[in-house]
Design a protein around this ligand. Structure first.
Ligand code: ZN
Ligand code: ZN
Length: 155
């Protein structure tokens, strides 16, 4: 176990530690991600919450989306940039979503596996990854990969 912070927001005020392997990395082009990241899309990497030593809650401004709060998006209270997000949709285990750019240790960054909400894209992306459009197929494609990754990492 390693308690040395290996992830941080852009200003480095909000720091935290990733202690396990990532489950999945993908690109989300939804409008909420665009607004939250102030970018054309979000590059996100998902971890099990138990593999993350969370940052001090006093440092993070959390905003919940949907009720009950399935997804809480956290911005650094200092630079107001995306820091970390918490996702809990029972019966899945609690998950942590980290903007990939916040991961300092490149060994912890997996290859991306898909684009979702691609129909909302600001710009075309030239790569060979599968691209899913619309709410249902995006959620299903992401969910399926997540469940596969959770299963194969079950010990
Ligand atoms: Zn910051
Ligand atoms: Zn999104």
């Amino acid at each position: 176990m390693n308690d040395h912070p290996n992830a941080q927001c852009p200003c480095a005020s909000t720091r935290f530690s990733l202690k396990g392997k990532a489950l999945l990395r993908g690109f989300c082009h939804c409008t909420i991600c665009q607004a939250f990241n102030q970018a054309g899309y979000a590059d996100i990497t998902i971890f099990r919450a138990k593999d993350v030593a969370k940052p001090d809650p006093a440092l993070v401004e959390l905003k919940s989306y949907r009720s009950p709060p399935v997804l809480q998006r956290g911005k650094c209270g200092h630079c107001h940039k995306p820091a970390i997000e918490y996702f809990h949709l029972f019966p899945m285990p609690e998950l942590v979503i980290v903007p990939t750019a916040n991961i300092l240790d490149s060994d912890l960054i997996p290859e991306p596996s898909l684009h979702i909400f691609y129909d909302r894209r600001v710009e075309d992306v030239q790569d060979n990854l599968p691209k899913y459009n619309g709410y249902l197929s995006s959620q299903l494609a992401f969910g399926r990969r997540l469940v596969t990754a959770l299963r194969s990492s079950d010990r």
